[in-house]
Design a protein around this ligand. Structure first.
Ligand code: C2E
Ligand code: MG
Ligand code: MG
Ligand code: MG
Length: 282
């Protein structure tokens, strides 16, 4: 009997697996067409400095699927990476962010770059060509990479990052504190900024250790002469903790969710004023 039940569960599980595999394959095909069908777009989330004024934006990709609705990047970027579509999608994001950046001359525009993209030989050439074509100044941009990119200490990756840095791009380490690599890469790679992961921020004021960790990260950044920004700031309480700990650059729903470029235009007009705090329901 137990055996039958077990078997039943297994069959059910197998069907679920088949479904997941089928959906994934479908999405991979759809993603290939998403580029030509213009279904991908960028949302931008403001980054806020000490005075509360907007200093930059982070570009975050979205997929408006024709039947499944809006799909989040955590779901389709892995599919893009495994299917080899990441290069095209990554270049789409760069191109669109470069184009949009012209509307916001004195904002820093941050763009996420996946490890798979950086590992491709042609990455620096493609970026260089895009910079020329669109006539943008690399100093306006920050490339966000994760610790995973630095794992393995690949010399080609080191050279590519150095080349991008020499062109004028600045480099930010995203999701800082969630990776598994050693801290020594902070010395070996030309990193400009660390972004404290949201998981630490959401525990501020909830767990004592969270404050200690954030404080340690801020001190580490200062000692290494790096900028530091907190991501995922949702409450005034978190903001108060962060400024007490010496982290005055922030990004999160407290100020704004990621929005379309037109909405950034409005904020940009007011950029020297402190941004209005949002109320975020739990
Ligand atoms: P990320 O770069 O760490 O981006 C931060 C994520 O946290 C974004 O999710 C953002 O919408 C969300 N977020 C911002 N503020 C808050 C907050 O206050 N509370 C909460 N709960 N969440 C907040 P999103 O847009 O879904 O992006 C997820 C991840 O997908 C990004 O994490 C990034 O790793 C990746 N991604 C996004 N766009 C691109 C892209 O163009 N290329 C590549 N390779 N990856 C991308
Ligand atoms: Mg990011
Ligand atoms: Mg992040
Ligand atoms: Mg993340």
């Amino acid at each position: 009997r137990a055996k039958d039940a077990g078997k039943g569960q297994f069959c059910f599980f197998e069907t679920e697996m088949d479904n997941a595999v089928r959906v994934r394959r479908e999405l991979e095909d759809d993603l290939r067409e998403a580029l030509t069908r213009n279904e991908l777009f960028l949302a931008y989330q403001p980054q806020v400095g000490r005075s509360g004024a907007m200093t930059g934006v982070e570009a975050l990709i979205r997929w408006q699927h024709p039947t499944r609705g809006l799909i989040a990047p955590n779901f389709f970027i892995p599919i893009a990476e495994q299917s080899g579509l990441i290069m095209q999608i990554g270049l789409f994001a760069l191109r669109r962010a470069f184009e949009d950046s012209k509307r916001w001359k004195d904002l820093k525009v941050a763009i996420n770059v996946s490890a798979t993209q950086i590992r491709l030989k042609t990455f620096v050439e493609e970026v260089t060509a895009l910079v020329k074509e669109l006539g943008v100044n690399p100093h306006q941009f920050e490339l966000e990479i994760t610790e995973g990119i630095l794992l393995g200490d690949d010399i080609d990756t080191q050279n590519r990052l150095a080349a991008l840095r020499t062109m004028g791009f600045s480099l930010a380490l995203d999701d800082f504190g969630t990776g598994y690599s050693s801290l020594s890469y902070l010395q070996r790679y030309p990193i400009d900024k660390i972004k404290i992961d949201r998981s630490f921020i959401s525990n501020l004021g909830v767990e004592d250790e969270a404050g200690a960790l954030v404080s340690a990260i801020v001190k580490l950044a200062r000692a290494m002469k790096l900028s530091v920004i907190a991501e995922g700031v949702e409450t005034d309480d978190q903001l108060t903790h962060l400024s007490a700990l010496g982290c005055s650059d922030v990004q999160g729903y407290l100020f704004s969710k990621p929005v379309i470029a037109n909405e950034i235009d409005d904020l940009y007009r007011d950029r020297h004023h402190a941004m209005v705090h949002q109320t975020v329901s739990a």
